[in-house]
Design a protein around this ligand. Structure first.
Ligand SMILES: NC(=O)c1ccc[n+]([C@@H]2O[C@H](COP(=O)([O-])OP(=O)(O)OC[C@H]3O[C@@H](n4cnc5c(N)ncnc54)[C@H](OP(=O)(O)O)[C@@H]3O)[C@@H](O)[C@H]2O)c1
Length: 288
């Protein structure tokens, strides 16, 4: 039975752990807090609290759950933390997992925010990835570490899914603003398509970098116009561009061709498909 550690059993990690388990893998999921691990008690796989930024804790966990590990997926998040949290969770976390678990393959979920392009151009994995901020440099450093150890970097676009959609939440709460002329291109991907992408990468991916984004990058204005018409609500007002937004002010069309060539196809090729086919997306966003 192949074995996987999912380090960071949160929004993406839990869906991924369930998918690997249902495909017959032996799964151990890691969370930071004992409370989050306890909340996973009913799951069919084991979940344990282990701070991956703490080398001793990771070594102790590795001793309890003995090698060999086929795959380790690092999808823990620094949450709202700044540079120190990024360094601890992403870089130190990846290093500790590599050293203690020595997996055949480590897959690191990075972010398409490493592409700083703002001209609306198509970006592939070969495009420049030169983020302006230190947090972005830490992500790039972690990517380099993972690639140097024969691992896989999965650069995720903006994640959405049941109970999580910044766009829907802002739209229904009335907080949404069309920034500038609304031409900024937004790249998104559904949580379950990420889980399937990580599975495909674990099964078939050679070491390298892969973008994980849906088929339909869209201008922000087009998204809000569609939602306004679809739900018979007013178009959000126009406002200033916020140059300090967490993911940076970028505008680019992220290509998923390299991942598609491995056999991955998104079940939700566009955000609109998911809104139409998953009523709970809207219900949960409207409920708060
Ligand atoms: N949000 C986006 O749109 C976006 C875009 C691109 C990439 N990403 C990346 O995608 C990945 C998955 O994100 P997500 O939204 O699924 O995250 P999430 O829902 O916030 O879940 C994060 C998980 O990581 C665990 N964690 C945090 N720090 C840890 C540590 N030191 N040791 C062990 N576990 C730790 C958390 O445990 P606790 O519950 O105990 O804290 C939680 O289980 C992250 O790497 C994130 O940076 C996100």
């Amino acid at each position: 039975m192949p074995r996987v550690v999912i380090a960071g059993c949160g929004f993406v990690g839990l869906a991924t752990a369930r998918l690997f388990h249902s495909a017959g893998w032996d799964v151990v999921g890691l969370t930071h807090s004992p409370e989050s691990a306890a909340a996973l008690e009913e799951e069919a796989f084991s979940a344990v609290a282990c701070d991956i930024s703490n080398a001793d804790a990771v070594h102790a966990m590795a001793t309890r759950h003995a090698a060999p590990w086929d795959v380790v997926i690092h999808c823990a998040s620094s949450g709202r933390g700044g540079e120190d949290a990024y360094r601890a969770v992403y870089f130190e976390g990846a290093l500790n997992l590599l050293e203690a678990l020595a997996p055949r393959r480590l897959i690191f979920t990075s972010s398409t925010s490493v592409y700083a392009q703002a001209d609306g151009a198509i970006v592939t994995e070969d495009s420049a990835a030169e983020p302006p901020r230190e947090t972005g440099h830490i992500l790039r450093g972690t990517e380099e570490l993972v690639l140097a150890r024969d691992g896989i970097v999965a650069r995720l676009a903006g994640i959405y899914g049941p109970g999580r959609s910044v766009l829907l939440r802002k739209f229904f709460s009335g907080e949404a603003i069309i920034e500038g002329d609304g031409g900024r291109i937004v790249n998104q991907v559904h949580r379950d398509d990420i889980a399937r992408a990580l599975f495909v990468l674990a099964m078939r991916g050679d070491s390298g970098t892969f973008n994980v984004s849906d088929d339909t990058p869209m201008p922000q204005r087009e998204i809000y116009a569609w939602l306004a018409q679809r739900f018979a609500l007013p178009l959000p007002p126009s406002g200033q561009i916020d140059p300090h937004r967490k993911r940076g002010w970028t505008s680019k069309r992220v290509s998923n061709a390299k991942l598609r060539a491995l056999g991955w196809t998104p079940e939700f090729p566009s955000f609109f498909d998911a809104v139409e086919r998953q009523p709970e997306l809207v219900a949960l966003a409207r409920g708060g």
